[in-house]
Design a protein around this ligand. Sequence first.
Ligand code: ATP
Ligand code: LTN
Length: 328
Amino acid sequence: MNQRLFSAVAPSGIIHLGNYLGAIKQWVELQNDYDCVFSIADYHAMTIFQPPQEFREKILEMAAIYLAAGIDPKKSIIFIQSNISAHAELTWILNTLVKVSELERMTQFKDKAKRFSQNINMGLFDYPVLMAADILLYKTKVVPVGEDQKQHLELCRTLAQRFNKVYGQTFIIPKTIIRKEGARIMGLDDPAKKMSKSAVNPYNYITLTDSSDLIKEKIKKAVTDSGKEIIFNLKEKPALSNLLTIYSLLSNKPIKEIVKNYQGKGYSQFKTDLAEVIINFLKPFQERFENFNKDQNYLKKVLNEGAQKAREIAEKTLEEVKEKIGLI
Ligand code: ATP
Ligand code: LTN
């Protein structure tokens, strides 16, 4: 048996290049080295209001995205978080161990509370505890995520250690895997903010299902820095450096080589070519996505089978936890 790996994405919208490059790309690569469990974190998505009909579609679309990206249900478990009640139950238990002050420090909460100030709900606050429950239920050894989730993972480790200290050795303390490149793809409209599904401005991101025309338009509109030269410099040219990172990761060419190719050429040529790189990369993905997304029966079958396997693991851990606590 390999070590267990767990990760998830909230189905709050179609995923973008940041989610793909920061998280899902590595999931696919790690599938052969770990026992992988990939969840569709629908309870997390609910922390921002989701209209029910659209929500239903987004959840199944996320399953189609996982499959189209190369997650293989023969190798890995794919399941919907809300299909397994153990996630909500362990969250409650961990809630009794987490300090309010620890959750108040979470930068994602502070950021989302500002952006969605009309709906600062308890779920948004408790989000990292549900994440900890997700991870700990599967006795997870490693969690591959993008840079923005680092703080949540730290809290998960703290809660696991705290539980073990109070009730005796139960949880494995998970390790975070963060890739250097692509761990933080920035917004096309503002290189100071990360590319985010819940961004209000759709010109912040490129989703994996954007059409060729839309991609061209979004890249054309992407902010660039002053000057004309194509160089990689995160401090002086953060917007261009972000675009170079995307170019490099999708074309598998080192940034140095790309910079060399664009010596003496301006932003406009670079942007036209970048749009082509993105379109060519996404085309085969989009074909696979369409095919999976059409076959809702197949998606539901994969998700049901995944839930059965996941439930077995999760319920066993929850039993052990309840027993340790003294619950009858
Ligand atoms: P939301 O805006 O709804 O919070 P999001 O775009 O921030 O969504 P998540 O669902 O929170 O995306 O994240 C899914 C995975 O993608 C996580 O592992 C996260 O670290 C990673 N990720 C998110 N945004 C980026 C980004 N801009 N660059 C790299 N990785 C990212
Ligand atoms: N909140 C996460 C999605 C997520 C997750 C997890 C990631 C939910 N549960 C457990 C890793 C481990 C996000 O990436 N935004």
